[in-house]
Write a protein that binds this ligand. Structure first.
Ligand SMILES: O=C(O)CCC(=O)C(=O)O
Length: 272
């Protein structure tokens, strides 16, 4: 018996590789998080290298609470089972009028994680609409093969390597995963997805949280993750540490190291 989503939702996720929209908090709670993030001042950001990188939930209790949001975890548990690690979290922000986009890609291509028990919960902190460049899913593509990618390093591409699948996209299978603040979309690690530039007057902001089952293994021996539900009897990942206070000295140190390791992993075997 699923905890939060219906059996039909679960079947749809398995069939299509994505599910949306799922409300996990009120619009005003989502906007509070947005305000909090947008009010971080420059001296504070300078302490961590100038901008929020990966795993900002290790830096700020408000994001730590987000990755442990009970409704979100009930939803994730319905898909991944009871023992869940948060492996990553990244902001995907597109300001109005900038050219930022995300090319068609599969996350499995460059994360080095074993098996399919991996999903992203993309949490909308502002409206993600067709105009603002909501994520697009290629329905059912997670059931196909792992596709060959080229690495473009395009300056406007928000992906680490500007990676892009070398295949024709059937536009009849493309779905715009539009969301309102407080809503979430889920996508499978093998799903082909992308997003277009923001043509609205507001920023499009999402925190993409990567969840894995504790049985998943990493190709990177220093990989870390945070246990957010259940027990980890496998111990495949070194434990990430939750922040004691926002931007405390300990949280900053811990975040910087975990972010560095995550970047090292994402750029494994990449040209310099
Ligand atoms: O935010 C976007 O537009 C793309 C996000 C993405 O590629 C991901 O979460 O895997």
């Amino acid at each position: 018996m699923p905890k939060h989503i219906s059996s039909t939702d679960l079947e749809n996720y398995r069939e299509n590789g994505y599910l949306y929209p799922i409300q996990i908090m009120s619009k005003s709670q989502a906007l509070d998080i947005r305000n909090h993030i947008e009010s971080i001042d420059k001296p504070m950001l300078d302490k961590i290298g100038g901008e929020l990188g990966h795993k900002a939930h290790l830096l700020m209790p408000i994001l730590n609470d987000l990755v442990k949001n009970p409704v979100l975890l009930d939803t994730v548990e319905d898909i991944l089972g009871p023992n869940i690690l948060c492996w990553g979290g990244s902001f995907f922000t597109k300001k109005p009028g900038d050219n930022a986009f995300v090319s068609w890609h599969q996350d499995s291509n460059y994360w080095g994680l074993s098996g399919g028990d991996v999903l992203t919960a993309w949490v909308a902190l502002s409206p993600a609409t067709r105009l603002s460049g909501a994520m697009k899913a290629l329905s059912g593509s997670h059931r196909g093969p792992n596709l060959k990618h080229v690495e473009t390093y395009h300056p406007d591409n928000l992906l680490s390597r500007g990676q892009e699948v070398k295949t024709d996209i059937d536009i009849d299978l493309v779905v715009d995963m539009t969301l309102q603040p407080g809503e979430v979309s889920l996508h499978h690690i093998d799903l082909v997805h992308s997003s277009a530039p923001n043509q609205s007057n507001d920023a499009r902001i999402g925190y993409a949280i990567r969840y894995i089952s504790t049985n998943v293994q990493s190709s990177y021996d220093k990989d870390r993750a945070l246990l957010v539900r259940g027990v980890d009897k496998f111990g495949h990942f070194d434990p990430d540490v939750e922040p004691d206070r926002g931007f405390s000295p300990a949280a900053i140190l811990n975040y910087i190291e975990s972010n560095r390791l995550h970047m090292e992993l994402l750029y494994q075997n990449a040209p310099k």
